[in-house]
Every structure is written in C-alpha cells, then in structure tokens.
Design a protein around this ligand. Structure first.
Ligand code: AKG
Ligand code: FE2
Length: 360
C-alpha cells in the first residue's frame, strides 16, 4: 500500500498481466507417457506398437498446436523432485549475503542471481543455475574478457547441507526424461528415434532453481517477462501456486498452466523450431506473480553442445518444396550473447532466432 515500485520492474502497459488472463482456460494437452515408461522407444515410427503410435500422434499434435504440453508417468522419481525443491527452499531462505557468495559474474554465468532482465525489464525473481554436465570440451566463446576455463563450471553453496547431491541426483533423472522426449519428438518428425541424440554429446543443458517472492504490485511486474526458450526443450517442474502463462497459438490469448501434482510441463524451444524448419514453433510464455504467495519452479533447459551449428535438418529440407528457413548459427555463441544481455539492461534488443531467418 502506497509503496512505490522500483521502475526497473515495471512492464510497459501492453505487457502487463490483466486480471482476466488468470482465468484457467482450456489447458495445454496432458499426455500420459506410460507406453514408454518401461518399454524402449522404437527405432522408427513404423516399428512402433499401437500404444506408442497413438502417443506419437498426441505429441505431434501438442507440438504443432501449442508447443507446450504436460506429462504424467514420466519416470522421474517423486522423491528426487521433493529433495531438490526442499534444497531450493533452504537455499533461497539464506541471507542475501550468503547467497551472493555463489553469485554469477560476467565470466561464469552459473550460480545465484537476482537481477535478471527479460527484454530489458527486470524480473521479479531470484535464481540459482547449474549445468547438468560440466564441460570437458570448451566452447568457442565470444568476447574479449572471457576466460574459457572459468566458464560454465558449477558453484555450489555450503548451505543447506545436501544441496549439491539433491541437485545432481535430480539432474540425472530429468536428463533421462529429456532424452526420452527428444527421441519421441524425432519420431514425430519422421526421423529415426536417435537422430538428434548426437547433438547432446557434451550437452550444455542447465537447471535453474527459480524463486518468485510475493510481489506488492503484481499488476505491474512479471516473474519472468514474455519470452521463448532458446534451447531445444524445457522440462519444467512447478509447485502448486501457479503463475506460468502460455500464449495460445490459435488466438494469441494468455492461458494459465494449471499445476498438476507429479507432472512436468514440456515446451519446444527455438532450436527444435529451427531443426524442424518451423513444423514446430517455440511458444511465448511468461510468469505472473501474486501478492500473497511465493512460488518455486525448476526448469531443465535441454541444450546441445556449445559447438553445434544449429540449422534446419537436411532430411526435412527440399530445395523446391520446403527450402531451409534459417541460416546456421553457432549455439555456444548464441548462448553466450544471450546470457550477457540478460545480465544487465541494454539499450538494444537481445539476440533472437529470427535474426537467422532467411530473407524470402
Ligand atoms: O517459472 C516458470 O514457470 C517458468 C520459468 C521460465 O519460463 C524460464 O525460466 O524460462
Ligand atoms: Fe521460459
């Protein structure tokens, strides 16, 4: 009441959440992964038994119509999620001074961070980032001040005890789910199941612990401003508070994603959009905050190796009928450029995949 919001957090009027957005409209598709819970993924769609064939049709429709879906019977043990959530709550409950001991800097983007900007407006959140696999092959990095060997190495806090173990165990289990989804998506593109797996040797995937504190002016700020995820796939766990809004592709309306216990939210990122040559689109989303409750979420950003050149897959390209819509770009350079622009407010727009779209 009467408190003035720091203008760094205030969204332009057209991007502020409206009260009508919070209505839980027709939700994103809910997909039951039990057909592949214990059975292997077939090498090709033609070899799929009926239950898996039906599952592929559901995944394909969800990727085309929404770019977002929720999954159950995903195979990630619930105690691993409970443990990392407890670790996350324990960490964010520390004093700012303690959290800043593992603070991100402009050489190494991993660790604690509380001043991220999305499209040059500050997000109402604090985060902790760690990579799923520390790199053994070092990326070709852009920018003169970069010490390659310091970059992308995990920083672990001393408190709470067991934090690192909880993070690492969860990462392993979520990584298995990521590969399962990647193979299903490859099949829906008419490709062999393992067609995309090679890009993830030396993967640059990272997990983010998000904490959105209660916000005194939830009508002015956002937990995360509107954006598309730039990696291949995102596997998101959220608590029961709710706040993730997805822009529905059919009519451009913001739809709140309903928290479903023991489920994950999956979304297509920009890289799959490019690989699929726009068959699938990465959907815009944002996080609304509220004045009463804090919220926790944990996205797993499934990203290829830094050295991967991202471009439409040759099997999906036909010079005459469906020419490539994007020029190739280097993932490591893209990631590095994006990370440094989210680090602070800039006067220019940050890097986006449409910059690589071919002129028609
Ligand atoms: O917290 C969420 O629900 C989503 C966060 C998100 O979109 C992101 O970190 O990219
Ligand atoms: Fe996101």
């Amino acid at each position: 009441m009467g408190s003035v919001m720091d203008p760094a957090f205030v969204q332009a009027p057209e991007h502020r959440p409206k009260p009508t957005d919070t209505v839980e409209a027709v939700g994103i598709p809910l997909i039951d992964l039990s057909p592949v819970l214990h059975s292997p993924i077939p090498a090709t769609a033609a070899a799929a038994p009926p239950a898996i064939f039906d599952l592929l049709a559901e995944v394909e429709a969800a990727c085309q119509e929404w770019g977002f879906f929720q999954v159950i019977n995903h195979g990630v043990p619930s105690e691993l999620l409970d443990n990392i959530l407890a670790a996350s709550k324990g960490f964010f409950a520390l004093s700012v001074e303690e959290k800043r001991q593992v603070k991100r800097d402009d050489v190494n983007p991993l660790g604690y961070y509380d001043t991220e900007h999305t499209k040059n407006v500050r997000d109402w959140k604090e985060v902790f980032d760690f990579v799923v696999e520390e790199p053994t092959v070092f990326p070709v990095l852009a920018g003169p001040r970069t010490n390659e060997f310091d970059s992308f190495m995990n920083r672990w806090p001393e408190y709470p005890p067991g934090f690192k173990e909880a993070c690492e165990k969860y990462a392993k289990a979520a990584n298995k789910l990521a590969f399962k989804l990647l193979e299903l998506i490859a099949l829906t593109l008419g490709l062999p199941a393992k067609r995309l797996n090679g890009f993830f040797k030396d993967q640059s995937s990272f997990i983010r612990l998000n904490h959105y504190p209660p916000c005194p002016s939830p009508h002015l700020a956002l937990g995360v401003g509107r954006h598309k995820d730039s990696g291949a796939l995102t596997i998101l766990a959220q608590d029961d508070v709710g706040g993730l809004d997805v822009k529905r592709q059919s009519d451009g309306e913001w739809v709140r994603v309903k928290p479903i216990p023991n489920s994950y939210i999956i979304n297509i990122g920009d890289i799959i959009q490019v690989w699929s040559n726009d068959k699938y689109e990465s959907a815009e989303h944002r996080v609304s905050v509220n004045s009463e409750k804090e919220r926790f979420s944990i996205p797993f950003f499934f990203n290829p190796a830094h050295y991967v050149e991202v471009q439409p897959l040759e099997e999906l390209i036909d010079e005459k009928k469906s020419p490539a819509k994007y020029n190739a770009y280097n993932w490591g350079k893209f990631l590095k450029t994006r990370k440094s622009s989210n680090f602070k407010k800039l006067e220019v727009e940050n890097i986006q995949i449409y910059h690589f779209r071919k002129a028609v």
